[in-house]
Write a protein that binds this ligand. Structure first.
Ligand SMILES: [Zn+2]
Length: 327
């Protein structure tokens, strides 16, 4: 007998939109922004076509433009004037992120401002905290670096950050920052933890963007090996237990299995479509080998289908515009 169930019945042009399981919304989007203290006009990032570093003076206008397009959240990365071994400029009240957050909040008060909490952009050695001797040579020291993260997070909160996003992959970072924020009177500031962050080749273009390459070694002693899924899940579980409000998987596209597992914990999950994911799409599209808009939307739907409710993407502004065009 001919099949009773004909799947194509549900795929007619009129019926299909009614049965769509996953759709993108502007509320899903977080736009990463690079603020550079050393420049006075936007500087194109060569390895990420279409992306710029912005001067502090111009950052509120960029955030305002995103807000008017319907993007509700930005994630701020700073490029400071000065770097030193201790990453001191990361918690300077007049530091680049601190100034940028104040400016954005003054201009676009409702914009949710998320700040990256790490030291790698502020240390001269390029590692994510304090380094020193360990039994395996010079490496990132865990507990001394926690103190530094606390100071950075509090400083961002004082200047108006709604959400702090620790990205250093130190053990105990969420618990440490949570108690430091609470003690300082910022119990209403959220923590979006980079809870599962893989040591990935896809971060390459970001290092030019944020000027955060390292002087020696790599980050494989604190970021996760791409083959380790149990470890990856446990990392997010531990941050959930330490009080993270939002968990994150980074990168996104190569790690959708991890996103979908982390989404079972009951906390909101963000996924970071990183610089390499951006540049691969952008570059192939520029060559005419794939269609940019279709590929981007498909990549984001896939991330959402895996279980993320938030997507950090350099395409945020474009996507907001495309969603408007679809209506
Ligand atoms: Zn870092």
């Amino acid at each position: 007998m001919f099949p009773q169930r004909r799947m194509r019945r549900s795929r007619s042009k009129n019926i299909q939109p009614l049965l769509c399981e996953i759709t993108l919304s502007k509320n899903d989007l977080i736009a990463p922004l690079f603020v550079d203290e050393t420049i006075t006009s936007p500087l194109p990032i060569e390895s990420m076509p279409g992306q710029f570093r912005y001067p502090v003076s111009g950052i509120a206008a960029v955030a305002g433009e995103l807000w008017s397009q319907g993007v509700r959240a930005v994630l701020i990365f700073g490029v400071p004037k000065k770097k030193d071994p201790g990453g001191v400029s990361a918690y300077d009240p007049e530091g680049v992120v601190q100034k940028a957050v104040r400016k954005i909040k003054a201009e676009v008060n409702e914009m949710v401002v998320i700040t990256d909490v790490c030291a790698c952009e502020y240390t001269d050695h390029g590692h994510c905290g304090i380094i020193g001797e360990t039994r395996c040579g010079t490496d990132l020291l865990n507990d001394p670096s926690l103190e530094l993260m606390n100071k950075i997070a509090i400083s961002h909160a004082i200047n108006g950050a709604d959400v702090v996003a620790p990205s250093c992959m130190l053990d105990g970072m969420v618990g440490s920052i949570r108690s430091a924020l609470d003690k300082a009177g910022f119990e209403d500031v959220l923590i979006m933890s980079y809870s599962t962050k893989f040591a990935s080749a896809l971060y390459g273009p970001f290092r030019e963007a944020a000027d955060s390459g390292f002087a020696f070694g790599d980050r494989t002693t604190y970021q996760i090996n791409c083959g380790n899924s149990r470890e990856a899940i446990l990392e997010s579980k531990m941050d959930a237990d330490e009080g993270a409000d939002i968990l994150m998987v980074k990168p996104a596209g190569f790690y959708l299995d991890i996103v979908s597992e982390v989404a079972t914990f009951g906390l909101p999950v963000a996924a970071y479509q990183v610089s390499g994911e951006y540049s691969m799409i952008k570059c192939a599209a520029e060559k005419g080998w794939i269609k940019e808009k279709e590929t981007v939307l498909e990549s984001l739907i896939a991330i959402k289908r895996a279980g993320a409710e938030l997507i950090i993407t350099y395409f945020a502004g474009d996507v907001a515009r495309w969603l408007d065009e679809q209506q």
